[in-house]
Write a protein that binds this ligand. Structure first.
Ligand code: ADP
Length: 315
């Protein structure tokens, strides 16, 4: 098989991208676009083989802000073919406040277009059906109404049953859930639909009471997830792929931590990109740890390629 053919495939990330307004000097605001699943798609696109497509599935409005967001997404090389346009809705927005070096966030997303991303099961089925790897997160589930969660999860369970790689980052954000019991139950339902889980140990310890990385792995294995990579900040990542030996991959050194935004997302995207390229989980995780370390050494969620470790050059 030709190298190019072997390296062809497609990844689909599902969730919400928001307008980001960041305070800069002189009371000015700088506009950007970000959101966990979009950030993951961005890093996947940077490091996936050239023959892979990376698509983003969400919903936006028909207004100018939505047009600008779509142009931005297209400019990153992430595909927009599965982005629905909904009349009368607009993208969500958040503002980053900087006070004495500390960041805090305000969100305007309660009526965002993305909350309707799973309202059309046929559209979901077509998009998921055309992907080899599908990524979603606990934030994707948190913004959806209960029946839309069920629509999305049933399509993902179908994808899992047909042998696709379905990847879930629980990304637990209690602020987005009105009920803790429903939050835990929905995160578990998300995990059951997945074949690969990318949790952060911090979140799992806080919200599920896991005493160790090992307990996180065992809890999700029991829910039927075959492959698990537990991210644990500066402590590195622990991999449990199927029945293979459990491996620990150390974090890469960071000279100076500037902004930890997107550490987990950049890890996710570059890890999936390297798995797509045929790396072993250990190789992919070591590469992703270097990308995440570089990302937290720079400002912003989406760090330019030039500032990141060189991916494999397949041009
Ligand atoms: P999240 O952002 O989802 O909470 P983590 O904080 O666990 O995720 O970070 C994801 C990855 O980023 C880690 O697995 C590690 O590779 C890298 N990372 C995070 N914090 C550090 C750090 N202080 N030093 C080096 N690498 C880090």
């Amino acid at each position: 098989m030709a190298e190019e053919e072997r390296m062809a495939g497609s990844m689909l990330s599902i969730g919400e991208c928001m307008v980001e307004l960041m305070q800069v000097e002189g009371g000015m605001l700088r506009k950007g676009y970000a959101g966990d699943t979009f950030n993951t798609a961005y890093y996947a696109r940077l490091f996936a083989p050239a023959g892979w497509t990376v698509e983003y599935l969400t919903a936006v409005g028909t207004d100018v802000v939505s047009d600008e967001m779509l142009s931005f997404i297209e400019g990153t090389g992430v595909g927009t073919a599965h982005i629905a346009r909904i009349e009368g809705r607009m993208p969500g927005l958040y503002m980053i406040h900087l006070k004495e070096g500390e960041r805090s966030f305000s969100y305007w997303r309660s009526t965002s277009a993305a909350k309707l991303l799973a309202d059309d099961p046929d559209r979901l089925r077509t998009a998921i059906g055309s992907a080899d790897v599908v990524f979603f997160s606990g934030i994707t589930l948190a913004i959806l109404a209960a029946d839309a969660v069920e629509t999305l999860l049933s399509e993902l369970r179908r994808a899992k049953a047909t042998g696709k790689r379905v990847v879930f980052d629980p990304n637990i954000r209690p602020r987005l859930w009105d009920d803790v019991a429903r939050m835990r139950a929905t995160i578990e339902a998300g995990a059951r639909a997945a074949t690969l889980l990318l949790p952060s140990f911090d979140d799992e310890a806080t919200h599920f009471g896991d005493a160790s990385v090992g307990s996180t792995i065992e809890r999700y294995h029991a829910l039927g997830v075959a492959d698990i990579a537990v991210k644990d900040g500066a402590n590195g990542v622990t991999l449990q792929f199927g029945g293979e030996e459990r491996l620990h991959i150390p974090a890469a050194p960071v000279a100076r931590i500037v902004d930890t935004t997107s550490a987990g997302d950049s890890f996710n995207g570059s890890f999936l990109a390297r798995l797509a390229a045929g790396d072993s989980p250990a190789e992919a995780a070591a590469f992703a740890a270097h990308v995440a370390a570089a990302v937290i050494g720079h400002h912003g969620a989406l760090v330019e390629r030039e500032k990141l470790p060189g991916g494999p050059d397949r041009e």
